[in-house]
Write a protein that binds this ligand. Structure first.
Ligand SMILES: [Zn+2]
Ligand SMILES: [Zn+2]
Length: 373
């Protein structure tokens, strides 16, 4: 556990001494360093982080980083306590508990019509490592932040009202942190993007955190059968406990034959979380006419195939965090979305071990414990 940062005032701007896990080398390791974070601007909220989930996108960025890039702070499943708010912030105040999610611009047509996951500036706002106006609150330290509007592998983070969700103070913040990306994406794909209805057949390719969230959501909406597919028997066992009616270990059994055995045809929906081109192709092959493959690994737009089959690239399960995360929390409290079973906690200083465990597949959803509530 690290101590909360202290304020320092430099002639014009307030800055906070924070600690953050900095990426300076392709593939890591991340190193925890002391940095200076500029205090919140008018529309920003300074959050003292209690926990942060680690998502595969963090790991992909770590592995894809190149030496010519400036050092960055990753992390985009933060949860914490509001420390300070900018002058125009209305919805939260000092001491409120918040879960952080993806960032959006708030001004474009998609944002104004209630579809922030389709924000026209989604890429810059989440992967630009700067504010939309080009500035960077970690500039003084020569490091780039603002990843997904948060960079939550740190003791403190700057968010806005658009990417934070206020939560009740009696809820365990450290458990809630992964709701902001992975779990919202998996559940939102089933409940929002595909709007799966009772009795529909669904296969989930890859039963990591996103896939298991899709399995739990499929059970909630009454899909049947729900077929979990993975190469890790342990994960498949968990999928069966969380709502899958069938499991296929595709190291032992062919997916096409396995699905044909279960449904006597294909499936109405596939949620493809693996990102493998081979699995992408297979997903289309096992679809029933008018079936849909949801692709969750970065592709956007849609593609059509014979007999009304199609693929859809999905971002963040088309979820509006301020509506969907409270809904998932309610389901969690009612015992219907037991996502805490995917979580394993690590001390912030063990971030590199947590990443390694996630990469090996030993841990489904690592959550870093960063500070006290
Ligand atoms: Zn993510
Ligand atoms: Zn927008």
């Amino acid at each position: 556990m690290l101590k909360p940062g202290s304020i320092e005032i430099h002639s014009d701007v307030k800055t906070y001494k924070i600690q953050a896990a900095v990426l300076r080398q392709k593939g890591g390791p991340l190193k925890i360093e002391s940095l200076e974070l500029e205090g919140p601007r008018d529309d920003e909220v300074l959050v003292r982080l209690v926990a942060s989930g680690i998502c595969h996108t963090d790991i992909d960025f770590c592995d894809g980083w190149v030496e010519s890039d400036q050092a960055v702070v990753l992390g985009h499943e933060g949860a914490g306590v509001v420390e300070r708010v900018g002058t125009s912030v209305k919805s939260v105040k000092h001491g409120d508990h918040v879960v952080l999610s993806y960032q959006s611009c708030g001004h474009c047509r998609q944002c104004r019509s209630g579809h922030p996951a389709h924000c026209q500036h989604f890429y810059e706002a989440n992967f630009g490592f700067r504010r939309l106006n080009g500035s960077n609150a970690l500039q003084r330290s020569g490091v780039r932040g603002h990843f997904f509007g948060q960079s939550s592998f740190a003791t403190h983070s700057l968010a806005t009202e658009r990417n934070l969700v206020k939560v009740a103070k009696d809820l365990p913040l450290e458990v809630l942190s992964p709701l902001g990306c992975g779990l919202q994406t998996g559940a939102g794909t089933v409940m929002n993007s595909l709007n799966v209805s009772g009795g529909a057949s669904i296969a989930v390719f890859g039963t990591g955190a996103v896939g298991l969230a899709a399995v739990m959501a499929a059970r909630l909406v009454g899909a049947d059968p729900i077929i979990g597919i993975d190469i890790r028997p342990k994960r498949l066992q968990l999928a069966l406990k969380l709502g899958a009616t069938h499991a296929i270990d595709n190291r032992r059994q062919k997916i096409t034959a396995g699905i044909a055995d279960i449904t006597s045809s294909g499936v109405d929906y596939v949620v493809e979380t693996t990102g493998s081109p081979k699995m992408h192709q297979l997903a289309i092959e096992v679809l029933n006419p008018h079936g849909i493959v949801a692709l969750l690994t970065g592709e956007s737009g849609s593609d059509s195939f014979p007999e009304g089959r199609k693929t859809l690239g999905i971002i963040q399960g088309d979820a509006v965090p301020q509506n969907f995360i409270p809904k998932l929390i309610e389901l969690y409290q009612a015992g219907q979305f037991p996502f805490d079973r995917l979580v394993k906690f690590y001390d912030f200083s063990d971030i590199n071990r947590a990443i390694a465990d996630a990469k090996r597949g030993d841990t489904i959803k690592p959550v870093l414990r960063i500070g006290e509530v």
